[in-house]
Write a protein that binds this ligand. Structure first.
Ligand SMILES: Cc1cc2nc3c(=O)[nH]c(=O)nc-3n(C[C@H](O)[C@H](O)[C@H](O)COP(=O)(O)O)c2cc1C
Length: 161
């Protein structure tokens, strides 16, 4: 018995998640991708995971990097989440209209984030058509005290704080 892709998508769509943007810097260029396959993994050491499609250009950029970041989005960042999930968008200048600042390592962190995490790749595990990227959290920075952006049943939702 195998579940169809459609059934799989619909089933997992029942699992409400937050929405993040993962960022890294490769060859001096910003790379960013909307992601919700995010989980907390370990307290000691502090580890998180992000599932990254091997076909995503973000994986191509991230695979050669040690450092990356996760911005957990506020509800008002929904247009930025939609933009950074648009396949085929120009890579150059993709953060030009997305307010951001930089980590000490120079990686972009979105301004409209509830929290930002700076990570160092701890391990990568192939899993089907995705890579599970496990990051050790080097630092965490509280962001805006705003409503949260959620993703549920193929749509964005706002969770009032
Ligand atoms: C709400 C939402 C969550 C997503 N989560 C992930 C994810 O966790 N991992 C992933 O690889 N792609 C995810 N995607 C799809 C990527 O954002 C999308 O394929 C993006 O265009 C990839 O960009 P890139 O090819 O420039 O890296 C998600 C899309 C949306 C709308």
């Amino acid at each position: 018995m195998t579940v169809s892709q459609e059934e799989f998508r619909r089933s997992l769509g029942a699992f409400a998640t937050g929405v993040g943007v993962v960022t890294c810097l490769a060859d001096g260029q910003d790379h960013a991708m909307t992601a919700n396959a995010i989980a907390s993994v370990s307290l000691e050491p502090p580890l998180i995971l992000v599932g990254v499609n091997r076909a995503a250009r973000f994986w191509e950029a991230l695979r050669g990097q040690q450092y990356w970041a996760l911005s957990v989005l506020a509800a008002d960042a929904q247009p930025h989440a939609a933009w950074l999930a648009t396949s085929g968008r120009p890579l150059q200048g993709q953060l030009d209209d997305v307010p951001h600042h930089r980590s000490t390592r120079g990686i972009a962190l979105l301004d409209q984030a509830l929290v930002t995490l700076e990570c160092r790749t701890y391990d990568t595990v192939p899993a089907g058509d995705h890579m599970i990227v496990i990051g050790e959290v080097e630092s965490a920075h509280p962001g805006t005290d705003a409503d949260a952006l959620l993703y549920w049943r193929s749509g964005y939702r706002r969770l009032a704080r």
